[in-house]
Design a protein around this ligand. Sequence first.
Ligand SMILES: NC(=O)c1ccc[n+]([C@@H]2O[C@H](COP(=O)([O-])OP(=O)(O)OC[C@H]3O[C@@H](n4cnc5c(N)ncnc54)[C@H](O)[C@@H]3O)[C@@H](O)[C@H]2O)c1
Length: 262
Amino acid sequence: MDGSTTGRLSGKVALVTGGAQGRRGRKHGFGGATSWAFCAEGARVVIGDIDEENGRATVSDLVGAGFEAQFVHLDVTSREDWERAVNLTAQRYGRVDILASIAGYGDKFDVMEVDDRSFDLNFDRNPRAMFYGIQSVVPEMRRAGGGSIIQMASINGLVGSTSSAAYHAAKGAVRLIVKAAAIQLAPDKIRVNGVFPGYADTVSTNDMWLDPEMREPRLARVPMGELIMAEDVAPAFVYLASDEARWVTGSELVIDGGMTAQ
Ligand SMILES: NC(=O)c1ccc[n+]([C@@H]2O[C@H](COP(=O)([O-])OP(=O)(O)OC[C@H]3O[C@@H](n4cnc5c(N)ncnc54)[C@H](O)[C@@H]3O)[C@@H](O)[C@H]2O)c1
């Protein structure tokens, strides 16, 4: 992959949260892979993350490949950070066309184990953060005459399982934020969609999948029988961000090897 000036996102400016895991030659997270895919299609990208070291290194790799990218410290649970990140993006590149709200949090507590801390972490870093994101970028998108907001959900926001009760609830809330915001922002030509990956091998889940007791029973439930990689999901973000999806809003793009078709 190297620098590109034309592409499906040519001229657009994107803010990507949770994009720090995108270093060249290493396994990527969803935000890292999406940042590379956006750049390869001609977008200018601002990565917002709490991991300064990997975020700055990812940006340096992107710039080294000939792309336009910038890092900003963004804790998605902070309204002030969101506002700073959006302002920096607009000041640096003149507009904000795309928000890929990818950073999130999940744990494995079942419905009887969830305590206040688990509840707060799941809800602060998923639906609350996504509200903050929407409220921060919409004024810039209105100024630009429209935009595309893409929220990272999960199949855990569609169906239940034997664990992760607060995560199910939080991603289920993200699913309905997408639909409400899609209707309420449609008059502004701002589209809002959700991406729902299944079991995926990313930086944050790498160690979990090394454990056969975690891996085997889960993969046994996936009709296509394999873990998804971040690069398999990034094209969904590109499509939803692009003008090819100009009439797509409030939708759920599920990428799960058939898991939730059963
Ligand atoms: N990995 C999976 O199996 C899977 C499946 C479906 C959905 N998801 C969702 O995808 C998203 C990304 O997951 P991933 O596995 O690609 O992670 P990842 O490997 O990209 O790591 C998460 C990134 O988010 C950043 N982050 C964490 N808390 C943050 C905060 N408060 N503010 C800003 N950045 C923060 C981390 O620093 C890290 O760079 C999450 O929303 C997750 O719920 C993951």
